[in-house]
Design a protein around this ligand. Structure first.
Ligand SMILES: Cc1ncc(COP(=O)(O)O)c(C=O)c1O
Length: 361
């Protein structure tokens, strides 16, 4: 006799994180290239004194601060151990194993894995030719068998393509999707969007100002705020939906240091704005220089760029690794490259120019 494992787990490959290779420049996980915001580093020093105690399981203080920032009631906010755990908890809160989880593809690579973890099948709808999410086709796919769908992820800016969605598109999508389906607007990269694309919180109410209980917005402190290693994200949505998330929450998964750092981050909006402006400027420079080198790159509103290299992707990945630049390659689709410090970006650009020259030769 040996231990009996769920048979369906055999088909789940497990999440593959961006590689870390000693001495190489890591541009594979959309992390901040610099540490936490300066004032947050100071707050973390004193927070260490608390770690003999369990953290506040309700994240009361941080939740209150987030509620004030977004002008909502604290019941409209829930904090999680990274927004990826909130993705998981949302699926657990609304889906059964018989249901399906929909999303555009490519998108965040954790979505299919998280769905399968509870036994739910993913519904993956291809992106448009210009690498954006195809919300009309996504709505059609959901409506083809609406009862079977519990939740849909809409990632904007989309990981890994960096594309955003317009207000009309999202509004039309939310109206087209049956109201029993939870619509998760995953805005992990929202802070980097400067194209006038809408803030997802506006879709939490309908055109008449009535709250929607099936729309939820996800944000994180991992990206723009530079706290990826501490694991803290949050959801904003209807109390009915978020009470269900609170019901499946694994206690104490958001630790005291994360809570302290996230709170301090919210007090450092000016420092954040400076950081974001640096990334946005570097993003523009990297895109311009890649194009000047003859490399196709998609316009991005996130802290990364997408190179739709198709079948050349594995070769590009190898070429970059040999030059000690670690990018995120997705099979025969393309490579995603994080925007980091000017020095890191220069190292990538130099390797990319070399690649382009070798391809032309
Ligand atoms: C689109 C998207 N959502 C959610 C996450 C999860 O972020 P975290 O769990 O660090 O908050 C990521 C991380 O890469 C992401 O790209």
């Amino acid at each position: 006799m040996s231990v009996r494992i769920r048979a369906d787990l055999e088909g789940i490959p497990g999440y593959v994180p961006g590689r870390t290779i000693p001495g190489a420049i890591k541009l594979a996980s959309n992390e901040s290239g610099v540490g936490p915001l300066p004032s947050v580093a100071k707050a973390l020093e004193s927070a260490g004194e608390l770690i003999n105690r369990y953290p506040d399981n309700n994240a009361t203080s941080l939740t209150g601060k987030l509620a004030a920032k977004f002008g909502v009631d604290p019941r409209n906010v829930v904090v999680g151990c990274g927004s990826v755990m909130l993705c998981q908890e949302l699926i657990q809160a609304v889906c059964t194993a018989e249901q399906r989880v929909a999303f555009g593809w490519r998108s965040f690579e954790a979505y299919p894995l998280l769905a399968r973890t509870i036994g739910a099948e993913p519904v993956m709808v291809p992106n448009t030719a210009s690498h954006a999410l195809d919300l009309r086709s996504l709505a059609e796919a959901i409506n083809a068998d609406a009862e079977s769908v519990g939740l849909v992820f809409v990632c904007t800016p989309n990981n890994p393509t960096g594309t955003t969605l317009g207000a009309d598109e999202i509004e039309e999508f939310v109206a087209a999707v049956p109201s029993h389906v939870t619509v998760v607007l995953d805005e992990a990269y929202r802070e980097f969007a400067v194209d006038g694309s809408p803030d997802g919180t506006r879709f939490l109410t309908d055109a008449h100002g009535n709250p929607r209980d099936n729309v939820v917005v996800l944000r994180t402190f991992s990206k723009a705020y530079g706290l990826a290693g501490l694991r803290v994200g949050y959801a904003i949505g209807h109390p009915r939906l978020l009470d269900a998330v609170r019901a499946v929450h694994v206690p104490f998964t958001v630790n005291s240091l994360a809570l302290a750092a996230a709170e301090a981050s919210l007090d450092a909006e000016a420092e954040l704005a400076e950081r974001v402006a640096d990334v946005v400027a570097e993003r523009g420079r990297v895109i311009d220089e890649l194009r000047a080198a003859g490399i196709e790159v998609v316009d991005s509103q996130a802290n990364f760029v997408w190179l739709p290299l198709g079948d050349d992707t594995p070769r590009f990945d190898e070429f970059m690794t040999e030059r000690k630049v670690i990018v995120r390659a997705f099979a025969a689709d393309g490579a995603r490259v994080t925007i980091s410090t000017p020095a890191d970006n220069d190292a990538f650009l130099s390797a990319a120019r070399e690649w382009a020259a070798a391809e032309r030769a």
